[in-house]
Design a protein around this ligand. Structure first.
Ligand code: ATP
Ligand code: MG
Length: 425
């Protein structure tokens, strides 16, 4: 038997109800914040990610699924993230010249050849949002507020927001020098990868997971101590905006994004109790990215939220998935002509938008009733020859046991009463 590729997943109906609930909340919140949905291709030219994600990143160096196009002319990659494609689409579709800000969100699958483990897979799903052409602290606060709104509305309580500022091209050189100095003094304690990073991209050393690198990172100089006056003012204002928005946050000097075009604000939402892969959402400002992908000098800020990690966090907090949809009515039929009659009534109800079911596999009456119970049908109706010939039958409310007589030709079901699922408003 051929099995699925390592690090990929099958999502069955029991689980897709949860995925769809999350996606619905994400879409609704994004639209409340004025973001429009964008859909970009699953495949892009590899160059886009080399430039857009950065050739010093693990993602580009070792995690991309890349292959030559069929005519061997040029390399294509499965998208490892969403931002680069959105920036490309923004430029390619002339949106850089449109009214600012431009706000987009997406629900996508991404592909990275990583070591599969809890919270880390090779195909994973992301909710992301990007805002272009707005450089104010209020813009940063708005993007962060959208991510917070989604997590809050899903009912998550044990998720905390960590923010940091990594400065701009004016404050970066001094910080970079201080970092290189700090790590060079302890170069013997660095892992091999970090020793090479020291030259090319010292900021990446700050998020190495290797214990001895992490220990050195803990005592490293902090970006917040190197901010230029403008960056310091921006960060201070962002904190006030978050306070005004009543979004709790802590400053965490350990959060960095190791790419040159990342500027100022970086943030992560971290969930307790889901293991090592606890970042459910990561984002930041990238004022140099649009320019470096061939567009004008437009500021940008965005985030990516891992949907499967959000699901792990929901489980850890005991928040239950919504139930699978249950039929409003199950028609149990006795005999072949009753089965045909049942099929007709069920089809009539479905055409007016009601989820109804009848027997499809030739079960006995008793087994049909048991099955109706298993499906959680709100009402049942037993149809035999007698009912068919007089055109009436007993409709039974499965919750209360109450019965009422209905005319088969035109009966309707009582409106569904407001049974609530976990998620509100
Ligand atoms: P991490 O440090 O957790 O590997 P990252 O910095 O590589 O994250 P981003 O590129 O910022 O992640 O992606 C945004 C979010 O997407 C992450 O915060 C996480 O929730 C999710 N994510 C990233 N990689 C994976 C993966 N391999 N499997 C599942 N979710 C992922
Ligand atoms: Mg990663």
């Amino acid at each position: 038997m051929i099995q699925k590729i390592k690090g990929t997943m099958d999502i069955l109906p029991e689980e897709t109800v949860l995925f769809r609930q999350l996606e619905r909340v994400m879409r609704e919140e994004a639209e409340r914040y004025g973001f429009g949905e964008i859909r970009t291709p699953t495949i892009e030219w590899t160059d886009l990610f080399v430039r857009g994600v950065g050739d010093t990143t693990d993602v580009v160096q070792k995690e991309m699924y890349s292959f030559p196009d069929r005519d061997e002319s040029r390399s294509i990659s499965l998208r490892p993230e969403g931002t680069a494609s959105v920036v490309r689409a923004l430029i390619e579709n002339g949106k850089c010249n449109d009214t600012m800000p431009q706000k987009y969100y997406y629900l996508i699958n991404c592909f990275r050849h990583e070591k599969p483990q809890a919270g880390r897979s090779r195909e994973f799903f992301q909710f992301g949002a990007e805002m272009f052409g707005a450089a104010t602290p209020v813009a940063d606060g708005t993007v962060i507020a959208l991510a917070a709104a989604v997590l809050r509305r899903l009912g998550l309580r044990q998720v905390s927001l960590h923010i940091n500022s990594i400065g701009c091209r004016h404050c970066r050189p001094a910080y970079r020098a201080a970092l290189v100095e700090h790590f060079s003094r302890h170069a013997d304690q660095l892992c091999d990868t970090c020793r090479t990073r020291l030259e090319r991209n010292p900021l990446r050393l700050l998020d190495c997971k290797n214990p001895s690198c992490a220990a050195l990172a803990a005592t490293a100089p902090r970006t917040v101590d190197f901010l230029c006056p403008d960056c310091a003012a921006h960060f201070g204002s962002l904190r006030s905006v978050l306070d005004r928005m009543e979004i709790p946050h802590t400053v965490d000097p350990g959060i960095v994004r190791g790419l040159d075009y990342y500027t100022r604000t970086v943030f992560e939402f971290v969930a307790e109790g889901i293991g090592a892969q606890s970042t459910v959402c990561g984002g930041g400002r990238y004022d140099g990215l649009v320019g470096s992908l061939g567009g004008p000098d437009l500021p940008g800020i965005g985030f990516g939220m891992g949907i499967t990690r959000v699901i792990l966090a929901l489980r850890a907090e005991g928040i239950l998935p919504p139930p699978q949809p249950a039929p409003r009515l199950y028609i149990a039929a006795l005999g072949a002509s009753a089965a045909e009659g049942a099929a007709g009534i069920v089809e009539r109800l479905r055409r007016v938008g009601v989820y109804a079911e009848c027997d499809l596999v030739g079960r006995s009456l008793k087994a049909q009733m048991k099955y109706a119970d298993k499906l959680g049908a709100a009402y049942t109706l037993i149809l035999g020859d007698a009912e068919l010939s007089c055109g009436r039958a007993q409709l039974r409310n499965m919750k209360t046991g109450a019965q009422s007589e209905v005319t088969l030709a035109d009966f309707t079901l009582p409106e569904e009463s407001g049974d609530s699922s976990g998620e509100t408003a």
